[in-house]
Design a protein around this ligand. Structure first.
Ligand code: IVH
Length: 667
C-alpha cells in the first residue's frame, strides 16, 4: 500500500470512528486504539506534506492562531419561524395549512426546537466547504475553522447518494453537562458565567481561539436540507438520508398524521424534554412534502409550512429589596439581587446574580423595582426584565460600587471584560477567606475539621492570614477560641497532617492561581512535575503544554513572580506538603477487568473521567458510551443523569461507585 492509500484509509477509518463515538454514541474501538490511528495519520501527514488536507481528521484539534471572521452572504436567507405559546394556535396553523392546500391530505413532521445557535453548512463533493452563522439572516460570519472542531459534524460524508452540492442547517449546542462544567470552571476563575447553554454555544462559536472551541464540547443537530437535487421528495426522508451521510439528526423527529397526533406529541415532549442532554425551547412542526411546502411558500419572515410551539419559561415577578455587592476569592465583585422571596418551579428564590455592571445597565434596574425572575432549566435563577409599571416615582437607578465593599480599595475594571475587581489580593478579607476556604476543600487539601465557619473563626482571631498559616496552628491557639474543644482542635491537626500526602497536582489546584482549575493543574503538573520546575518555567514553555493557552501561562507566571506567593509556597514546602509529582507507573497492566464492558457516568472526585477511561483500559476492560444489555457495570459518579440511571436499573446493570471501583482494580 502506498502512503497516499494508507492516508486515505486512515482518514476514512478515523472519520467512521468519530461518527460512531460522537453521533451514534456507540464506539467500536478503545480510545487508545483510536489515538493510535490518529497518531499514525499525523505521522504520515508530517512525512508527506504533499497530501495535506484541511479536512483531515487531524485538523480538528484547532490552533490558537487568531482569526478574524469574514462574512458571507447566505445562498438562501436564513428565516425564522413563526412562534406560538398555545396549542390552540398550533391547531389554527394546522387549519390554515389544510386550507392553503385546498383540503389536500398532508403529513407533518414534529421535531424538537433546539436552543442553541443556528448554523448553515455547505458541502461540495461530500466535503464541508463552509460554515456560516445566521448573522442578520442575509449575511453571517464564516466560522468554518471553529465548526471543524465539533466532532459530531462530518467533514467528509459517508455512504452514498449525497448531492454534489447542498446546504444543511442545524443548531450548534452546548450540552447541559458541558455547560455546567464550563460554568463551574468559570466560577472558579471568577469569570462571568454564561446565562444559558445558548449563550455559551453562541459565544464559543465566535471565539477566536479554535483550540478553546475544541475544548468546549459543542455538539450539533441538523434539521433542514436545502438544494436542487435532494434524495427524496419529503423532509423526513431527506433527514434520514442526512443521518446516513453522518449528520446527527435527532431521533425524536416523528411523522405525524393528524391533529390529534400533533397534540399528543406536544403533551409528551413538554414533559420529557427535561431529560434530554441539550437545551430545547419548544417544538417545531413542518409540513412533510416538499411539493406542499413549495405550494404554501413563505411570508417575508418565515415559512408558512412550519410553526414553532414554544414551551413557557417558568417566570415570577417579585420586588427587589436591595442589591448587594459580593467579593469573591479572585477579587471579582458580583452584584446580587436580593429579592422578596418568591416561589419558582418548586423552590423559593431569594437571590439572583446580576452578573456584572453591564447587565444592571441593560436591564435599567432601579431601587425597589419589580423584577421578572426566570428559571430556564439553568441552575441559577436569573433576572430577565423589569416591570416598569411597578416603579416608584423618583426611584434611583442602581449604581455599581466604585470601591471594594469589603476593604474599601478602589475597584479596577478587568481588561476586556465587564467585571470589576478589587486589586488588594493580600489585604482584602473575603479574598483571603475565599482562598483559605478553597484550600481546605474536599477536592483540594481535604482538611476535614475546617469548614467555612471555622476558617472564618481562625481569621477573625488573627491566627490565619493566608493558607500557609494553617500549618502553624497549635493546639493551644485553637483551644483559646470560643466553642473550640480539644476534640475539634485534634481533628484539625490530624487533617492538616493527612493533607501532607495530597498529591502535587491537587496542591497546585489548592493554591488559587487564577485560571488553574483541577484539570489545568493536572496538565501542568504532568508537564512540570515539581514546584521548582513549575516556578522556573517561562511563559513560552508553559504555553507549549497541550491545552495550556497563553492566558493560563501568564497567570502562572504572574502568580509565582509575586514574592508573597513565593513565600507562601516555601512555607508550605517546609510544612511537608507534596511538591513533586509521583511518577505514575504507566506500564501497570492487569486483566482484572478482562472482557468487561463499562459505562462511565456522572462526575468524580478522585480521578477525572479520562483517567477512569484509562484505568478501565489498563486493567483489560472496555469503556463504552451507552448502556445496553452487554454492559457489565456502570462506574457511577455524582449527578448521574436520571435516564441513564433508569436504564441501568431496568436492565439490572449494577452501579459501582468510584471507591468500590478503585478497590476492584486494587488501587
Ligand atoms: S427549521 C425555514 N427546525 O429556530 C425554517 N429551526 O426561530 C428553518 N431551530 O433559526 C428553521 N430547532 O435556529 C428549524 N427543528 C428545528 C429547529 C429550528 C431550532 C431554530 C433555528 C432557527 C430558529 C427559528
Amino acid at each position: 500500500m502506498t502512503a497516499a492509500e494508507r492516508i486515505e484509509e486512515l482518514r476514512r477509518e478515523i472519520n467512521r470512528h468519530n461518527h460512531n463515538y460522537y453521533v451514534l454514541n456507540a464506539p467500536e474501538i478503545s480510545d487508545r486504539d483510536f489515538d493510535m490511528l490518529l497518531k499514525e495519520l499525523e505521522a504520515l501527514e508530517k512525512e508527506h506534506p504533499e497530501f495535506a488536507d484541511p479536512l483531515s481528521p487531524t485538523q480538528r484539534v484547532g490552533s490558537d492562531l487568531v482569526q478574524g471572521f469574514e462574512s458571507a452572504e447566505h445562498i438562501h436567507p436564513m428565516l425564522s419561524l413563526s412562534n406560538t405559546y398555545s396549542i390552540g394556535e398550533v391547531d389554527e396553523w394546522f387549519g390554515r395549512v389544510s386550507q392553503g392546500l385546498g383540503g389536500e391530505e398532508f403529513d407533518v413532521v414534529g421535531e424538537m426546537k433546539f436552543d442553541g445557535t443556528s448554523i448553515s453548512l455547505i458541502y461540495e463533493d461530500g466535503r464541508l466547504v463552509r460554515a456560516v452563522t445566521r448573522g442578520d439572516g442575509v449575511r453571517g460570519d464564516v466560522v468554518t475553522a471553529n465548526v471543524k472542531t465539533i466532532k459530531s459534524i462530518p467533514l467528509q460524508l459517508q455512504g452514498e447518494g449525497w448531492p454534489r452540492f447542498f446546504e444543511i442547517r442545524g443548531e450548534i449546542l452546548m450540552p447541559w453537562k458541558e455547560f455546567e462544567r464550563l460554568n463551574r470552571e468559570r466560577e472558579f476563575n471568577e469569570e462571568p458565567l454564561f446565562a444559558n447553554p445558548r449563550n455559551a454555544a453562541a459565544g464559543t462559536l465566535k471565539t477566536l481561539d479554535t483550540r478553546e472551541v475544541a475544548r468546549r464540547g459543542l455538539d450539533a443537530y441538523f434539521y433542514y436540507l436545502i438544494g436542487p437535487e435532494l434524495p427524496a421528495d419529503n423532509h423526513f426522508d431527506n433527514m434520514m438520508a442526512a443521518r446516513r451521510w453522518g449528520f446527527k439528526v435527532s431521533d425524536i423527529m416523528t411523522r405525524l398524521h393528524s391533529l390529534e397526533e400533533v397534540d399528543s406529541f406536544i403533551s409528551h415532549w413538554d414533559v420529557r424534554r427535561k431529560e434530554l442532554p441539550v437545551a430545547t425551547d419548544g417544538l417545531v412542526f413542518k409540513v412533510n412534502s416538499l411539493r406542499q411546502q413549495l405550494n404554501l411558500g413563505f411570508t417575508a419572515k418565515s415559512p408558512r409550512w412550519a410553526i414553532a410551539y414554544k414551551f413557557a419559561a417558568e417566570r415570577a415577578l417579585t420586588k427587589l429589596r436591595f442589591v448587594s455587592f459580593e467579593v469573591g476569592r479572585m477579587g471579582i465583585v458580583t452584584p446580587v439581587a436580593n429579592l422578596e422571596p418568591v416561589l419558582l418551579s418548586g423552590t423559593v428564590v431569594k437571590r439572583a446574580s446580576l452578573h456584572n455592571e453591564d447587565i444592571i445597565r441593560s436591564l435599567d434596574i432601579h431601587e425597589g423595582d419589580m423584577l421578572y425572575v426566570e428559571k430556564g432549566g439553568e441552575i441559577i435563577p436569573k433576572i430577565t426584565g423589569v416591570d416598569q409599571s411597578g416603579r416608584r416615582p423618583g426611584a434611583l437607578p442602581v449604581e455599581f460600587v466604585s470601591h471594594c465593599p469589603a476593604c474599601g480599595a478602589p475597584l479596577v475594571r478587568v481588561e476586556g471584560e465587564a467585571a470589576w475587581q478589587c486589586p488588594d489580593k493580600f489585604g482584602c478579607p473575603p479574598q483571603i477567606a475565599g482562598r483559605v476556604e478553597h484550600f481546605v476543600g474536599r477536592k483540594m487539601m481535604n482538611i476535614d475539621g475546617v469548614g467555612e465557619e471555622t476558617a472564618q473563626l481562625f481569621m477573625n482571631a488573627g491566627l490565619v492570614r493566608n493558607i500557609a498559616d494553617l500549618y502553624d496552628l497549635t493546639m493551644a491557639d485553637m483551644m483559646r477560641l470560643p466553642g473550640f474543644g480539644e476534640r475539634s482542635a485534634r481533628k484539625v491537626l490530624d487533617s492538616l497532617e493527612a493533607s501532607k500526602t495530597v498529591p502535587f497536582d491537587r496542591v497546585v489546584y489548592a493554591l488559587s492561581i487564577p485560571f488553574v482549575g483541577d484539570t489545568v493543574a493536572k496538565k501542568i503538573t504532568r508537564a512540570f512535575p515539581s514546584i521548582d520546575l513549575l516556578m522556573q518555567a517561562s511563559a513560552a514553555e508553559l504555553a507549549a503544554t497541550k491545552d495550556i493557552g497563553p492566558r493560563i501561562a501568564d497567570s502562572v507566571i504572574e502568580y509565582f513572580a509575586n514574592p508573597a506567593n513565593r513565600s507562601i509556597v516555601e512555607r508550605l514546602r517546609a510544612a511537608g506538603l507534596q511538591m513533586e509529582a509521583v511518577v505514575a507507573d504507566d506500564a501497570r497492566q492487569t486483566d482484572l477487568l478482562a472482557g468487561k464492558s463499562v459505562v462511565i457516568s456522572g462526575t468524580f472526585t478522585r480521578h477525572s473521567r479520562d483517567e477512569y477511561k484509562e484505568l478501565i483500559e489498563r486493567n483489560g476492560g472496555k469503556n463504552v458510551g451507552s448502556i445496553s444489555k452487554k454492559t457489565d457495570f456502570v462506574l457511577a459518579g455524582d449527578n448521574m443523569g436520571p435516564s441513564k440511571r433508569d436504564k441501568a436499573t431496568s436492565l439490572g446493570i449494577p452501579l459501582v461507585d468510584e471507591d468500590t471501583f478503585l478497590k476492584m482494580i486494587g488501587e
